[in-house]
Design a protein around this ligand. Structure first.
Ligand SMILES: Cc1cc2nc3c(=O)[nH]c(=O)nc-3n(C[C@H](O)[C@H](O)[C@H](O)COP(=O)(O)OP(=O)(O)OC[C@H]3O[C@@H](n4cnc5c(N)ncnc54)[C@H](O)[C@@H]3O)c2cc1C
Length: 511
């Protein structure tokens, strides 16, 4: 937290603990991903009685981790597995606040000094050593990039590009949500050869093709990671598998505060809640009664619960939920190879122009379990991510790209392999912002949280999950007169007055 202009959103005042109330409120949090865990933490720390119901047997949702037992190999072994590589950016203030509950110095995370990006022509961009202050970070990146030429920069349509330089949230959605990211980048003459940079770092992180993504989401990403914050683009990674580094410690912390965990049980239906307790029905046949419910589940889960719970909220809201869309499926493939990759391979490499591959990570460079496996066997643990897959993509296509980019892997034997195919990330298509469901629902006591949920603040992905979780807790605490939790974000509007006034002037100029 080095950005002096980060924005503080103060906590609402109130009682320090819910035990001072005439009866202690009970909340069921559905979903044990980041959003659910943040909501549960916010409530439990103020003395609220909390039960988390999580469908899987592990916490963390899309950032979950577990151990697999490999029995059929020559030597039975345990394999650390998780939902896939995640970058923890420095501007994820509210996620970091959650993790600091169990590790104040955040030793569970370690910086990745660089993450190069290569394109189909083998050109390599890097984020190493960039200045952190906007707009010098963007300028330095563009000037030293082999994919940007000075002439490309000059050709960018400054008027059309103005909203990028002075993003303000939520106003940017009014300006750009009607258009898709690809059309927007074309309209500003963003150089064709450099478009992969914007797509790699920002658009495909949303698991969507740029033609499917709202330009406002893309601009918000530029703001959060590049032009609106001086925390820098360098990120941290977990130093051990996610269960070990992040969620087991948080589970112990919450258990000490009385939170109960119902793992491997699904919420099927929620009823009641109007002048009587909510009744939460689970797949194991139990009924949990609560004064409030936080639905912190992915879109598919939310749609199923709401479809089965016909009494909840109102028709408009229920339609909003059913109209949410999930991004196309993606693949996370982890390989345990019998030999190491070359010593100078980066911990994380973004790959454009190598379909379907989006990135390669070399786990033994940063993760304890993989490093131990490498020491034991002399091999490497590699993870391949391929996003926005279509059904025609051949299964082995990502592997073929790995062999091309890191040729030493072509002759390596795959000792173990785990492949996850999932489609549980939200898709933010153009024109949908205004009808996205928000944290507060039309039904008092029923709250939403998660990375698909609208919050008029500059947050995305894991940080949106965490911030909506804290925010759901804050709304409930305020309702009961109990003190909330402070939230922090990058500035909600473009940080440079000069760029803001230039953007305004550009916009006002007649065409
Ligand atoms: C491969 C991959 C890489 C990513 N990389 C990054 C990255 O580098 N940086 C970044 O910021 N973000 C990244 N993300 C996005 C990030 O993982 C998500 O934004 C974030 O984890 C979402 O958290 P959540 O709590 O909103 O949802 P989830 O993590 O999906 O949690 C929802 C939980 O609800 C549970 N659930 C669903 N239905 C029910 C039910 N009926 N009853 C009980 N429980 C239920 C699910 O099992 C799940 O645990 C990545 C995502 C993926 C898939």
């Amino acid at each position: 937290m080095t950005d002096r202009r980060r924005q503080i959103h103060p906590a609402s005042p109130g009682l320090s603990d819910a035990s001072a109330l005439s009866s202690r409120p009970r909340v069921v949090v559905v979903g044990g991903g980041i959003a659910g865990l943040a909501a549960a933490t916010g409530l439990a720390e103020r003395g609220v009685d909390v039960e988390i119901v999580e469908a899987q047997h592990y916490l963390g949702g899309r950032v979950g981790g577990w151990t697999e037992h490999e029995a059929d190999s020559d030597s039975p072994s345990q394999l650390a597995m998780n939902r896939g590589f995640h970058a923890f950016f420095r501007q994820y203030y509210n996620l970091r606040a959650l993790l600091r509950r169990v590790d104040p110095q955040l030793r569970m995370l370690a910086p990745v000094a660089d993450y190069p990006l290569i394109d189909g022509a083998g050109r390599r961009d890097t984020f190493r050593g960039l200045p952190r202050i906007p707009p010098w970070n963007a300028l330095a990146f563009a000037l030293r990039s082999p994919t940007f030429r000075l002439s490309d920069l000059v050709r960018i349509d400054a008027r059309a590009a103005a909203p990028l330089a002075a993003v303000s949230v939520p106003d940017i959605y009014r300006r750009l949500d009607h258009i898709d990211a690809e059309t927007f980048l074309k309209s500003i003459n963003f150089p064709e050869s450099a478009r992969h940079l914007a797509f790699e770092v920002f658009s495909r992180s949303f698991f969507a093709e740029p033609s499917q993504l709202s330009a406002a989401e893309l601009a918000t990403m530029f703001h959060i990671y590049f032009l609106g914050s001086n925390e820098g683009l360098i990120f941290d990674v977990a130093t051990a598998n996610f269960d070990v580094s992040l969620w087991n410690p948080l589970q112990s912390y919450l258990t000490q505060r009385g939170v109960r965990f119902r793992m491997g049980d699904k919420v099927l239906q929620v009823t009641g809640g109007r002048a009587k307790p909510f009744n939460v029905y689970t797949g194991s046949g139990d009924r949990l009664d609560a004064d409030a419910v936080v639905l912190a589940v992915d879109i598919g889960g939310l749609q199923r619960i709401v479809a089965a719970s016909v009494e909840l909220a109102d028709e408009t809201w229920r339609t909003q939920i059913q109209r949410l869309r999930t991004a196309p499926s993606f693949e996370v493939r982890r390989l345990w190879l019998d030999r190491p990759v070359r010593y100078d391979r980066a911990p994380f490499l973004g790959t454009a122009g190598h379909p379907p591959l989006d990135n390669i990570s070399v786990l033994e460079r940063y993760e304890r379990e993989a490093a131990a496996w490498t020491r034991q066997t002399g091999g490497s643990v590699i993870e391949l991510h391929s996003y926005a897959l279509d059904s025609a993509t051949p299964r082995e296509a990502g592997l073929a790209q790995l062999h091309k980019i890191y040729p030493e892997t072509a002759s390596a034997r795959v000792i173990h392999e785990r492949v996850l195919h999932r489609s549980d990330c939200p898709l933010f298509t153009p024109g949908t912002y205004s009808r996205r469901p928000a944290v507060v629902t039309p039904q008092p006591g029923l709250l939403l949280a998660g990375d698909a949920i609208r919050l008029d603040l500059p947050v995305a992905l894991m940080e949106r999950a965490a911030t909506t979780g804290w925010s759901a807790a804050n709304h409930l605490l305020q309702r009961w007169g109990v003190a909330g939790h402070e939230l922090i974000t990058v500035p909600t509007r473009g940080r440079s007055r000069l760029l803001r006034s230039l953007a305004l002037r550009q916009e006002r100029q007649p065409r």
